[in-house]
Structures are given as structure tokens and as C-alpha cells.
Design a protein around this ligand. Sequence first.
Ligand code: PMV
Length: 364
Amino acid sequence: MNIYDNPKLKIDSKKEVNGTVGWKSPSNIALIKYWGKYGNQLPLNPSISFTLSQAYTQTTIEYKQKKKDNGKIDLDFYFEGKLKPDFARRINKYFKNLKEIFPFITQLKLEIHSDNSFPHSSGIASSASSMSSLALSLCSIERNIFDTEISTKEFFEKASFIARLGSGSACRSVYPKAALWGHTEKIPESSNYFAIPVKKHLHDNFRKFHDDILIVSKNAKSKSSSDGHAIMSSHRFKDGRILQANKRLYFLLNALKSGDFETFGEIVENEAFTLHGLMMSSSPAYVLMEPNTLNIINQIKTFRKNTKIPAFFSLDAGPNVHLLYPDAYSIQVQKFIDDNLVRFCKDGDYIKDYMGTGPKELDF
Ligand code: PMV
């Protein structure tokens, strides 16, 4: 039983319902990493992220009431204009799990179009942006058909809950600037079920942050995040990791509030290494970093030491490096990237991203 299960959301068979909805939703970069889950996509530890802007997915759903509700999910999925039956099967499975929350879903024929702002083969994880844009679109269908009267806060909380069921990290993408997912005693409104915004906890130093994503490899990862989460449930360092993430969250929140770059950098960089350390010490062990991941990291450390500019690295579950720094230093960092980092990037590619204002609903 989910908190959002609602058998009342069935379309009156006398009605003729159709329409189009859509959302553009960004990716996010975790500062405290979510790694490991239990139950129905619940996190082993709380996580916090900056919401991005340039790396996003745009999803539209055209819905039309079927003649008869046959209890089945009926959808076509187009990715970048092309019909993708394999993706459609994954979404079908996801939607099946949402039948109690959105009982109308089996009454509709759905045509879903999804486009990423970043190339599919850039090695950038798209699950956060794609699942959040899909979840937001489903919530918009509900609102359009049933005139559901809920506040903006409730709308995004529900979208975050739905996004979480598709991909854990996606639940953090529905808020501007920064989001926290997972229960922590420090923030009473925090929850394992959905993310909450943390914008109000941000010092001015952290309100305009860049995240340039240096593409080290464009290949598909040798191990998926789902495999990584699964391996965590029997990881020998599991308990220690949960304790560490909770403690770090507390210190990171304080740093974000007080504008403390040094503590921020120390925690964020160590989180990146911890994530990869957990992979390298798991059973089976695996490595997702590549030689150029370390070359870039070493360059960033030297740059920071020499210039005193608060520029820090982070890593997702892959070899690409995220370079985080405040807007005030963008000219110096740009030059540093061009002079010292581009040579380590695959085809010289990197994505200039920055903290964003959150998802946007599309007009139809
Ligand atoms: O949302 P998933 O299942 O793709 O997991 C993402 C995990 C990390 O990106 C490594 C960390 C995070 O918190 O985003």
C-alpha cells in the first residue's frame, strides 16, 4: 500500500478524455551520494544534490481514452523521434507498478516522446532527468483529467514520490537549486519516500554554482547503478557507510548554510571517492574510473592549490568528472578547462552545466 494509492482516480466511462502534457526536467549531481536501497526503492542513506540545468530530458505524453479498459498498459515510446520497443518495455513495467496510484493509466492509450539535451552516447546518466520528466507528466495528466486540487508543494512531492519509483536519484530533480532525499533527524520534514527542496538552506555562496561535466568516456557503463545498489545490500562496509553518510549530511548542510567552501569541498570530493571506493571494495569488485578520470582530478587539485579558487570534483557512478565551482570564478575556470582538462576529455567534449531553476511544464 502506497501513501498515494487512490482508487477514485478512474475516468467516468461516459467522458471522452484526451490531451497532451509535457515537462522538461533536469539531471542532478549528488553531493552526498545515494548508494544502496531497500524495500520499494527506499534509500539506505539520505542524499543531497544540486539540480542542474543544461542536461535535461523533455517528455511529452499524448493520452487518449481507450474504448475499453482492458487492465493493460498501452503505450508507444519514442526516443529522439524513433520508436523504441525496448525502452517501452521498461516503461511498461514501471507504469504497471503505478496502477494503484494512477488507476486511470490502464484506461488510456499513451504516446510518449522523450528527448535528451545531451547526446545519448555522452556517458551522461539520463535516468534522473528522464524519470522525473515522466513522473511530472503523469501527475499533470491526473491534474488535467480530475482537476485535482492540490498545492504546488503537494504536486511536486507526489511527482518526486513517483519519480523515485522509476529511479531513486530522479526524485531529487523536481526542485530548483538543491534537494534532499532520505530521512534525517536534522530536518523533520525529510522523507525516504520523496525529496524535499533545500533552497532555503543555501548561503549566497552556493546559489550560483557551476557543474561542468568533463566527458572521459562515452561508452555504456560496465555495471549499471541498479547492480551497484543491489551489491550494497551485502557490502561489508554497509553499516559504516550509512553512518558516514548521515554524519556527512549534517556537516554538509551546515557548510551550505554558512557558505563554507572548504568543508563543502572536503565532503563532496570524499563522497565521490567513497562511492567509487565502495565499488572497488564490493564483491564482485569493479572499477568505473578511467586513467583520464584521475588525470582530471589531479589537475583540479593542483589548480585549486595554486589559485585558491574553490573548484572541486565530483563523480557519478561512471568515469566522467563533474567540476563544481562558484559563478564568480567562471572566467578563470573556463581558461583552466581549455588549457588543462580538454585534452583528457573524449573528443574534447564537456558539458557546461550549472545549478538550475528546476523542471518546467510545457504549454500545449
Ligand atoms: O538513481 P539511480 O538508481 O540511477 O542511482 C544513482 C546513484 C548515484 O548517481 C551514483 C548517486 C546519486 O545519489 O545520484
